[in-house]
Design a protein around this ligand. Structure first.
Ligand SMILES: [Zn+2]
Length: 446
């Protein structure tokens, strides 16, 4: 165990070297790193991942035929359905179950998948985070021991990842960053109290939650500890909330772009031009339903993960819509820019007490329920939720219905009744904003 801890501590230290300045390297050198990683990952995928072995053989492709990120387009596009249908065929035979962590997510369309990440990839991800952390650290004024509050679903993946990594290193990240985890489930006022007691330098949450938090603080004129920077992920932040926080309170707001399938896709710099994409790790292209689109066009993003060696995903369709930006960023970073992501447009759940609950909570309940392939949640009245589920053929409907109801009761209290309906399909939302959690009364203009 000690040897393992020493090993991963040294591994992490080695991968941290040079990360904060990496985005400023020349684009040519970044692209060389990217293509080197493409070749290594394709060789690995062909040798150890059943899906890639099969499709490359079918297409008469050898690993040596794919030499650059552009060549990845010769592989078929993989989507969530493929991963749901045959998850094991995307797993490398070289990573044992003890060496990987499974992370589950419903994505923007409410179709849960499990993506396994190998231990080395998790430590590399933590190290790559230094590219954006160095921006925050400069705003905070210290690189070691700053305080960060994370407000997320109690079932969020970030906590699992931290737990998994902390059990494997000698000096956990905690020494570098002191973290406070707050729950979306708790009322905003009690989270404000906890934040005031902890006095974080950085607050991280979902974009939509920050909107509610700051409107609450400003509307009620509550004394509030001001962090030095606010970061968000998962869903967008409205322009008015961003203005409010940046212009009125003078706190920079910076987004990160991450997915369960690719942890560190991009980050926003202080120029606010979109996300700098870590193309050496996660090359991205924009595609329409079947083909690659011209530069500058808006479409669905297709990513290749060149870091993770457990569930291997090359040419994978994310459900996010954006455009690659041609102009360089005045900040001097060479990592190319991606336009802001057109995020989710879920409604909050309004409880009879008047409290509103962030939709991510409902999403994580359904994403964490076994046998659920797709879901949608509709709040009919203050006390009635209708959950529509597409389940796999092994699903025991009585048991699954009971499990979903029990989890909602635990999260929202017993005053809310949950009706679970099993259906054979839920139509896919056509492009643009996905709404998986909807409130009927908000649609009737109330
Ligand atoms: Zn920039």
């Amino acid at each position: 165990m000690l040897f393992e801890r020493l090993f991963w501590s040294a591994y992490m230290a080695r991968h941290l070297l040079g990360q904060s300045t990496y985005p400023f390297r020349s684009l040519e050198s970044i692209e060389r790193d990217r293509d080197r990683r493409v070749r290594a990952m394709v060789r690995y995928a062909y040798a150890t991942v059943p899906y890639y072995r099969r499709v490359m053989d079918e297409r008469g492709l050898r690993a040596a035929d794919i030499r650059t990120a552009d060549d990845l387009a010769n592989l078929p596009i993989v989507d969530r359905r493929d991963l749901q249908r045959e998850p094991d065929s995307f797993l490398s035979t070289r990573v044992s179950p003890e060496q990987r962590l499974g992370v589950r997510s419903g994505g923007s369309s409410g179709m849960p998948i499990t993506v396994f990440h190998d231990t080395a990839a998790l430590f590399q991800n933590a190290a790559h985070g230094e590219r954006e952390r160095s921006i925050y650290a400069r705003l905070v004024g210290k690189t070691v021991g700053y305080r960060e509050a994370v407000i997320a679903s109690p079932m969020s993946t970030a906590r699992e990842v931290h737990r998994f990594s902390h059990s494997r290193v000698l000096s956990p990240n905690r020494v570098r960053i002191e973290r406070q985890y707050l729950s979306l489930l708790d009322p905003v006022e009690s989270n404000v109290e906890l934040l005031n007691a902890f006095e974080p330098d950085v607050i991280h949450s979902y974009g939509s939650y920050l909107g509610v938090l700051f409107s609450f603080v400003l509307a009620n004129q509550i004394p509030f500890h001001q962090p030095k920077v606010i970061t968000f992920s998962s869903d967008g932040i409205s322009e008015s909330v961003r203005r409010l926080i940046q212009d009125q309170l003078g706190i920079p707001v910076l987004g990160t772009y991450q997915a369960v399938e690719a942890f560190k896709i991009g980050f926003e710099c202080l120029e606010h031009r979109g996300y700098h994409v870590n193309v050496d790790l996660y090359p991205l292209r924009v595609a329409d339903r079947d083909q690659v689109m011209a530069a500058g066009g808006t479409g669905e993003l297709v990513v290749s993960n060149l870091v993770n060696r457990a569930t291997v995903l090359l040419n994978y369709r994310l459900e996010d819509i954006a455009a690659l930006v041609e102009e360089p960023c005045p900040c001097g970073r060479s990592l190319p820019l991606l336009s802001p992501i057109q995020g989710r447009a879920d409604d909050w759940i309004a409880l009879p007490s008047g409290r509103v609950v962030h939709p991510q909570l409902a999403r994580s309940i359904l994403s964490g329920t076994p046998h659920v392939w797709q879901y949608q949640i509709l709040q009919l009245t203050a006390t009635r939720l209708q959950v529509t589920v597409v389940a796999d053929s092994h699903c025991d409907q009585v048991q699954t219905r009971g499990l979903i109801s029990a989890r909602f009761a635990e999260a929202l209290g017993s005053e809310v009744q949950v009706e679970v309906m099993f259906v054979s399909s839920i139509p896919r939302t056509a492009g643009g904003k996905h709404r998986i959690v909807r409130r009927l009364e908000s649609e009737n203009g109330q």
